[in-house]
Write a protein of this length. Structure first.
Lengths: 127, 243
């Protein structure tokens, strides 16, 4: 069985999910078997404003362990991550990072903030 | 050992807005706009190109679906979302059943496919069907700029009825926007768009200072992205959103 431990920077309690990747999809949101799909299917809420369509960065997670057990990121995901706050070398979009290894042990951090909610006021203050 | 599921998980910690449906406009037989007036004092600040996430009450569950804002941030107008029927699309079916006066709950704005500031160089906007929605406020913003670069809209649909906002487009043309419509069978839309791009902005000259904003449905969008980037346009000069 694979596992995902979720650490929330917001201070919510950590969550540990155990699952069989071959059972995907779990929630039919994002790529089947993605971190988002697994977590939503196990009642762990991760924001996904675009519905898991790789059109925003609200599901940005930082992979602390098991990065090489995830599917490779696409150019589209990388383009979006470029605009995510707090980007790290192991950042991924949870809707796109698929876990295929049945023994994967993944640890992800959900950042406290995203700037997906950019308002006109914020944009003006940045310019 | 798997932890037990927590009791109730809050769907979001973001501000939740309510929008009253003030007007409904049918563009054609399968494409509709809803005009949402935020309830109370709430005002949604957004950038051209962003979307809102609407809560859709479906059988046995509530799901969140993104809908691009087709209206402009400027002015007091209600927020317009534009959508079309898709086979098996439960979410959009729910929206088609809504009546004037009903309210929708949404969060946002979201999205990175935005025009943060007026364009500083020639811009080409490429869209198909309802994907004109994010482009519309972008062009309006481009037209409002004090120093306006050349703006071109390359817009594809399977027939004229599915070219939306033609009245707006006509006004834009009077203001100097070049409009190039593409009518083609659905399966050939992106072939046609790619061919036009190849001829006009790749083969015609070596200028690679233009900016492209591409929005559409399916892998064709990525094909256009790859075409432009492989031709020498900077990565960040080719912005796109694929639904």
């Amino acid at each position: 069985m694979a596992t995902i431990r979720v650490i929330f920077e917001s201070g919510e309690p950590d969550r540990l999910i155990q699952f069989n990747p071959s059972d995907a999809p779990f929630h039919h949101v994002g790529q089947p078997g993605s971190i988002l799909d697994v977590l939503l299917g196990h009642q762990v809420h991760i924001e996904h404003a675009c519905g898991g369509n790789c059109a925003c960065t609200t599901c940005h997670v930082i992979v602390k362990s098991g990065y090489n057990k995830l599917s490779e990121s696409s150019e589209q995901e990388e383009d979006l991550l470029d605009r995510a706050p707090g980007l790290t070398p192991t950042s991924r979009l949870a809707c796109q990072a698929v876990i295929e290894d049945p023994d994967a042990e993944i640890v992800v951090v959900v950042p406290r903030y995203t700037i997906n909610q950019i308002g006109e006021t914020a944009a003006k203050s940045e310019s | 050992m798997v932890e037990p599921a927590p009791p109730a998980v809050p769907p979001t910690s973001r501000p939740v807005y309510r929008g009253r449906i003030e007007r409904i406009h049918d563009h054609n037989a399968d494409t509709r706009s809803l005009f949402l007036r935020p309830v109370g004092e709430a005002r949604l600040n957004f950038l051209p190109g962003q979307f809102i996430s609407v809560s859709l009450v479906l059988e046995n569950e509530t799901r969140v679906r993104p809908y691009t804002i087709a209206s402009s941030p400027e002015g007091p107008a209600p927020i317009e979302i534009c959508f079309n029927r898709v086979p098996g699309g439960r979410g959009v079916g729910y929206l088609f059943e809504r009546k004037i006066g009903e309210e929708l709950e949404f969060t946002g704005p979201f999205g990175a496919f935005t025009m943060d500031r007026p364009p500083g160089s020639e811009c080409i906007f490429v869209a198909e069907g309802t994907a004109i929605a994010p482009i519309r406020p972008m062009i309006r913003r481009g037209l409002a700029a004090s120093t306006r670069p050349k703006l071109t809209l390359l817009y594809a649909a399977p027939d004229k009825a599915h070219l939306l906002y033609l009245d707006d487009i006509e006004q834009w043309r009077f203001s100097g926007v070049e409009f190039e419509p593409v009518i083609a069978r659905t399966a050939e839309l992106y072939d046609q768009l790619a061919a036009r791009i190849q001829v006009r902005w790749i083969d015609a000259d070596s200028d690679r200072s233009r900016h492209f904003y591409v929005c559409g449905v399916g892998k064709g969008v990525l094909r256009l992205r790859d075409l432009l980037r492989s031709a020498g346009y900077e990565r960040r000069a080719v912005r796109y959103e694929q639904w």
